[in-house]
Design a protein around this ligand. Structure first.
Ligand code: HEM
Length: 558
């Protein structure tokens, strides 16, 4: 019996031994490496978190992928469902940690008050490594280049500096109103045309008065060009850049989960992806390098108008005739073109929709404007302080349909503790704006457009309330990453709203039987912002609008 058992054991050992030998050596090594890596991580976690504080609570995920498969494209909707886990929700996405902040309390405590450590970004390696987008502030981690580019923005379009652009913003708002009066059915096309102007302005320093619009504000501010409508080539360039950015953003790439893979050569990812990345690089170059060179020539010949690039070139010129930080100046310019257009257009679209659907709000804003603008006078920035109702309309526009429901995720650069929870270094931080703007405690009846919510009910004359969460503090992001175009964007939005309301009556279109046609309020992410689907609207001059339009024509012809 014993001899038989021994025989069986040695036979078994031999079989198992052979089976082991059959395992390819590389797989074995891989498993060993993974196991060691896992043990090392657990050990490091224990050292970093000696009090064993828990990671924020959140939904249970699947092995390896974590919660990644449960997050749809409109992730803010899922994140809002997960707010049942708390103010701060912890997730795991393919091995990477993420935290969703669902309330103003947690956002201001972490992103604002601890902004020094919560203001980094995790670059998307597909863009930065392979797409040539390592210059872009939106993807830059905390560091020297980030600080330099933020300083450039502050210098040129910080809340005080931006006033030097008011004149051009005003003129562009008036031009848009004039265009809408000529082809009211095309109001959305005109907004689109504004984006076209943006592209064209990237290359031409040609002044073509009478064709600019809200988009042209950005253009004129950045490059000091006014806009020529006819150049379709530049339309294609910006569109292509936006389209390829969107296409590349929609699907996660392997390097998002395994950054180490970004060390592989680009050809590994296949011809099609490389082709798209090459086109992105080329179009970005044309948004940055080419117009930059034009403005630089103007600066050196002393003919450049006041604009972001010219001012930055001027302030970075050396005595030897060079320009310091050229790459960063180009980056600021190209990124502003992309970040400043889509966002502003989305807010204007929402404003027009709201005016159609809430005629009472429109009437109140117009009565307020008429009281301030005697006779046929057109609105100017000096009227901003005297029109609190309109300021409330602006805040409600931003809140009602948030331009960026999740902003851009931040990342934390060192381990941190918050309310007894451990937030490890490199965690991606999402600020769930969506959950905040539709929170009925802060904003009762959150899905309705009610500008009055921002006005003090105890005051006879309309006055903005101070005890309510201001959407302008939410919608432009947080801490050291707060949108550097905020002052410019709100100035542009305000004057566009004031000018349109002073001149036009905005109402629902009607069908052949005279029934009002309600617009579809289904929004989607298009490019970088949340947009309504194309919609129709009836826009015609008001009684006072007719004479204001004549005044406007005269003002623009001067
Ligand atoms: C209604 C208009 C706009 C909205 C709602 C908006 C919103 C935002 C948001 C939410 C962020 C992310 C902030 C964060 O990470 O916490 C952002 C970043 C940014 N925005 Fe805006 N924006 C608008 C207009 C503009 C304009 C007009 C410009 C430039 C002229 C601009 C330039 C930028 C840039 C460069 C960043 C990246 C900042 C960084 O990563 O440090 N934006 N914006």
């Amino acid at each position: 019996m014993e001899a038989g058992a021994d025989g069986f054991m040695s036979e078994a050992k031999r079989i198992v031994g052979q089976a082991w030998l059959a395992v390819p050596r590389s797989v074995l090594l891989c498993c060993l490496w993974l196991a060691t890596w896992r043990i090392y991580n657990i050990w490091c976690d224990r050292l970093r978190n000696p009090r064993r504080l828990p990671f924020p609570p959140g939904p249970k995920g699947y092995p390896i992928v974590g919660n990644a498969l449960d997050v749809p494209a409109e992730s803010w909707l899922k994140f809002t469902e997960w707010a049942v886990y708390g103010d701060v929700v912890g997730l795991s996405m393919m091995g990477e940690r993420a935290v969703v902040l669902n309330t103003w309390g947690s956002i201001s405590a972490l992103l604002n008050k601890r902004g020094a450590i919560y203001s980094s970004r995790k670059p998307r390696l597909l863009f930065s490594k392979y797409g040539g987008w390592d210059f872009s502030l939106t993807f830059l981690p905390h560091g020297e280049n980030f600080l330099l580019q933020r300083r450039f923005y502050h210098q040129i379009i910080g809340s005080t500096a931006v006033k030097s652009f008011h004149e051009i913003i005003l003129k562009n708002a008036r031009t848009l109103a004039l265009q809408i009066s000529q082809t009211p059915l095309q109001f959305q096309y005109l907004t689109r045309l504004s984006a076209i102007n943006l592209n064209i302005a990237l290359i031409f320093c040609i002044l073509n008065r009478g064709s600019s619009s809200i988009i042209a504000d950005t253009v004129a501010m950045i490059y000091g060009f006014e806009v020529n409508l006819e150049n379709a080539e530049w339309v294609k360039r910006l569109d292509f850049c936006l389209d390829s950015l969107e296409a590349l953003s929609k699907v996660p790439h392997a390097t998002d989960f395994f950054p180490i893979l970004a060390n592989l050569p680009a050809w590994v990812w296949g011809n099609k992806l490389n082709h798209l990345l090459d086109k992105l690089k080329a179009s970005t170059n044309k948004l940055g390098q080419e117009p930059y060179n034009l403005v630089k020539d103007q600066v050196f010949s002393g003919t450049a108008p006041h604009c972001l690039v010219a001012d930055l070139i001027e302030s970075n010129r050396t005595s030897g005739g060079d320009v310091k930080h050229e790459r960063e100046i180009m980056a600021v310019a190209a990124v502003s073109m992309i970040a400043g257009v889509d966002t502003t257009v989305s807010a204007i679209d929402t404003f027009i929709l709201a005016m159609m659907l809430y005629p009472e709000a429109q009437k109140k804003a117009q009565e307020e404007l008429d009281a301030v603008l005697t006779d046929i006078r057109l609105p100017t920035f000096e009227d901003r302080e005297s029109t609190p109702y309109l300021s409330a309309v602006l805040k409600e526009t931003l809140r009602w349909k948030p331009v960026a429901p999740l902003t851009i995720p931040h990342s934390v650069i060192q381990d941190d503790e918050y309310n007894g929870m451990f937030i490890p270094k490199d965690t991606r931080i999402f600020a769930n704006i969506w959950n905040m703007v539709y929170n009925s405690d802060d904003y009762p009846e959150p899905f309705e457009f009610i500008p009055e919510r921002f006005l003090d009910p105890s005051s006879k004359a309309p006055q903005l309330r101070k005890d309510i969460l201001d959407p302008e503090e939410l919608l432009f992001g947080f801490g050291r990453r707060v949108c550097p175009g905020r002052a410019f964007a709100t100035a542009s939005l305000w004057i566009n709203m004031a000018t349109l309301l002073a001149i036009f009556e905005i109402s629902l279109p009607v069908d052949p039987e005279g029934n009002p046609i309600k617009p579809d309020l289904d929004y989607r992410i298009d490019g970088i912002a949340y947009h309504p689907k194309p919609y129709k609207c009836h826009i015609k001059p008001r009684l006072q609008g007719v004479s204001r339009l004549s005044a406007l024509r005269e003002a623009l012809s001067q």
